[in-house]
Design a protein around this ligand. Structure first.
Ligand code: SF4
Length: 348
């Protein structure tokens, strides 16, 4: 694992000049860096815009962002108790870990969870108490940070205690280990997870280059134990906002049996502005995907709205182009075509 700019420069040799090194050091002193050897090995150093490199190597634009704020979603405001975010009525997120195998440069929690500490046992008891008292919470997301960085016994303990709460029906885990450090998804971990069904795992593939024999094998270790896998990408400028890249990503995901679930518009988190796209790019991109990949491979495009009463909102182009009393004009079979759908009778 590469945990410092010094180590990075030692490994890269001439690929990083003195100026760039100084800027990286300044950036890494504010935002943690860590890159697993596996993920580092996917970088193409000949390509200055390598999508792998951009997600893991500190970039001085992170510390020059003076537009975005540290916690735009104000997760702190929805804290039931420390380490538990209860924003939506029926679900809550437990921040089980503050550590990750890799500190993604676009991370939504780079100013918050990643800079905090892990919950103590007493704090976890408070989380359990809140979950027991709020029987409307049916689904618990165990997240962080990356819960797969925890010792297997500790994660097992967390899952066992949450599973013992009768009102909690489903548990989800959010992890990027599958993508950035697939060997961390061991047989032992997968066997432990299997005890806690119904359990879902959501991960974050952002680019087709991340779909490798190793990440595919990590997925298979979970899938073969009956754990459904979903993917939540972040739309990142210059990384996955082009049609061909997104198509390759979505096709690659269904090939390895991972359901593309969400594509998020990048949250307005301080230090990530250079990754931002506008929402129209996402809407147009997903509309293109509708014609290019099977329906089950088209994820929902989502904005996490940061205003009063805001939350996750799916946005997409409307396919009802016109409506009369008798019929609808709808988007057609192929891109650019339209079709007429009669409400009360068959078409001639
Ligand atoms: S693995 Fe997830 S929580 Fe950790 S840095 Fe990456 S995006 Fe953030």
């Amino acid at each position: 694992m590469i945990g410092s700019v010094e180590e990075l420069c030692r490994r890269c040799g001439d690929a990083i000049d003195g100026d760039t090194r100084r800027q990286m050091e300044e950036t890494a002193s504010k935002y943690r860096m860590a890159v697993p050897d596996y993920y580092f090995g996917l970088i193409d150093w000949e390509d200055p815009d390598c999508p792998i490199r951009r997600q893991c190597i500190p970039d001085s634009r992170e510390i020059r962002d003076d537009v975005y704020t540290e916690d735009p979603l104000r997760e702190g405001r929805f804290s039931g108790v420390p380490y538990l975010v209860h924003k939506y009525r029926d679900r809550a997120a437990f921040m089980a870990s503050n550590a990750c195998y890799m500190y993604c440069r676009h991370c939504t929690r780079k100013n918050t969870v990643i800079n905090s500490r892990r919950p103590t046992e007493e704090e976890f008891e408070n989380v359990l108490g809140y979950l027991r008292a709020h029987k409307e919470i049916k689904d618990v997301l165990v997240t962080g940070g990356d819960p797969f960085t925890l010792p297997v016994e500790l994660l097992d303990h967390y899952l066992t205690e949450i599973r013992n709460i009768p009102s909690v029906e489903t548990i989800r885990i959010g992890t990027r280990a599958i993508v950035v450090n697939p060997e961390a998804v061991t047989e032992e971990l997968a066997d432990m997870l299997k005890k806690h069904h119904p359990l879902w795992v959501f991960t974050q593939f952002n680019h087709p280059k991340e779909i490798t024999p190793q990440s595919e094998a990590a997925c298979a270790r979970l899938l073969d134990r009956g754990i459904p896998l979903g993917n939540q990408s972040v739309l990142l400028r210059g990384i996955n906002d082009q049609e061909q890249v997104m198509e390759d990503l979505l096709r690659g995901l269904i090939r390895i049996r991972v359901r593309p679930y969400y594509v998020y518009l990048c949250d307005k988190v301080k230090g990530t502005r250079h990754f931002a796209t506008d929402y129209g790019t996402g809407v147009r991109l997903m509309e293109k995907m509708r014609y290019r990949v099977p329906g089950y491979a088209v994820p929902k495009f989502v904005i996490d709205a940061d205003g009063e009463n805001g939350g996750k909102v799916t946005i997409e182009a409307s396919h009802i182009l016109e409506e009369t009393e008798d019929y609808l004009i709808l988007s057609g079979l192929c891109e650019g075509e339209v079709t007429k759908y009669y409400k009360g009778r068959c078409s001639e």
